[in-house]
Design a protein around this ligand. Structure first.
Ligand SMILES: C[S@@+](CC[C@H](N)C(=O)[O-])C[C@H]1O[C@@H](n2cnc3c(N)ncnc32)[C@H](O)[C@@H]1O
Length: 392
């Protein structure tokens, strides 16, 4: 298997061909290139991406609206958001303890998360969404790439949730990519979202996982953490990213939130569209949860004093600091430059999402301070499964 970025590059011509199929204009002249946009195509996509970006992230007017039934917005989704969702999903699926066989993608849209599951080793995926047009685009992509995808129309707000959804079928993996924040807006949203996730957990085979990916925005991230807390209080096991078992410490202060980042390059096409649409450089950032199928119980965190790094490096005069979150909670981890040694040098290169074990620390301010005697060991790099205590 090649790298995730290589896997995505193979999708670019398929996405472009599907996007061109959605456009109504009859084109004269030479065939456009299979892996790049013509200047007038770029202009058109960038304008639609601007509309989508404004509606989904800034004024949020499109959240929950039927934007994928509009061919221009669906097209913009395919060429700009699809590749990013794909990379986010691959960056989370790589944390699963094993390869899923059968998968269900809820709120699939045109299927970036469904295809990410297939590329991550799933043998078959059922994609479900309320937008028939988005599902048709997903089927066209599946045909173009020769992938085994089936689709089904589904609207959790209309019918009785997932009851009778799959005729008793069980899945190894259920995914929800950027769906939860679009459902059940307003009062009682967290409760209703938690109820839907619990229902989805009921469709998992033993050992299976429910993966929820949400945008890396403070409000949608905090809303996901609230849902997490409701589920944790009902005994649901969080596989990732949390090592802390109690109520989320990022909800204590209203300005805190939690997101992940994966160091993957987005394709040139996405970069070009983003630049043209005047958007910030797209990095692969998301908030996410991986929940375990019921009955699995809690697995012990790795031995020692472990933390997941939940911030970027926070350098200040003479010291480097990160926020970490581990079995004992969320706190600052700091190392003075003068205390850097071979044993703790790894601290200088930690990435958001890495899980580290630290030794020989002392309490300091709102957290702990490492010393020249501290060892720093990366137990699991960002995006890799955290070994359980019983693993070799
Ligand atoms: C932002 S898109 C996400 C698509 C894809 N999963 C991804 O991660 O890129 C949100 C999806 O949620 C779907 N959606 C929103 N409200 C829905 C509802 N009430 N029922 C079913 N799907 C819904 C939309 O049709 C859309 O496909």
């Amino acid at each position: 298997m090649g790298s995730i970025a290589d896997d995505l590059r193979r999708w670019v011509p398929v996405l472009l061909a599907t996007w061109r199929g959605l456009r109504r204009e009859v084109r004269r002249g030479p065939r456009p290139p299979p892996d790049a946009l013509l200047p007038e195509e770029l202009r058109e996509v960038a304008a639609a991406v601007q509309r989508l970006s404004l509606g989904l992230t800034r004024d949020r007017e499109l959240a929950g609206a039927r934007y994928l039934d509009d061919d221009r917005l669906l097209g913009a989704y395919l060429l700009f958001y699809w590749p990013v969702s794909y990379l986010q999903a691959r960056g989370v699926l790589s944390e699963l303890p094993g390869r899923p066989r059968s998968a269900l993608d809820l709120g699939s849209g045109p299927g970036p998360v469904a295809f990410a599951s297939l590329d991550a080793g799933a043998a078959e995926v059922l994609a479900a969404d309320r937008s028939a047009r988005a599902l048709a685009a997903a089927r066209r992509l599946a045909t173009g790439a020769g992938e085994p995808l089936s689709t089904r129309e589904w609207d959790p707000q209309r019918r009785a949730g997932l009851a009778g959804f799959a005729g008793g079928r069980r899945f190894d993996l259920i995914t929800m990519g950027h769906l939860v924040n679009e459902l059940f807006q307003g009062e009682g949203a967290a409760e209703r979202r938690a109820a839907l996730l619990e229902e989805a957990l009921g469709l998992l085979a033993p050992g299976g996982s429910l993966v929820v990916i949400e945008p890396a925005l403070r409000d949608t991230s905090r809303a996901l953490l609230e849902v997490r807390d409701l589920l944790v209080a009902r005994g649901v096991t969080v596989r990732a990213p949390c090592l802390f078992r109690g109520a989320c410490p990022a909800l204590v202060r209203p300005t805190d939130w939690c997101h992940a980042e994966r160091p993957v390059e987005v394709p040139r096409l996405v970069e070009e569209i983003g630049r043209r649409a005047g958007l910030r450089k797209e990095a692969v950032k998301m908030s996410y949860l991986v929940l375990a199928a019921p009955g699995e119980g809690l697995s012990e965190p790795p031995a020692g004093r472990v933390f997941r790094i939940v911030s970027e490096p926070l350098p200040s005069k003479g010291r480097l600091r990160y926020m970490g979150c581990g079995p004992e909670g969320r706190m600052g981890l700091a190392l003075q430059e003068k205390d850097v040694t071979e044993r703790n040098r790894a601290f200088e290169r930690l990435l958001r999402g890495d899980v580290v074990e630290v030794t020989a620390t002392e309490p300091r301010g709102d957290g702990i301070r490492l010393s020249a005697e501290s060892d720093v060991r990366v137990v699991a790099a960002a995006g890799r499964p955290v070994p359980r205590r019983s693993d070799p």
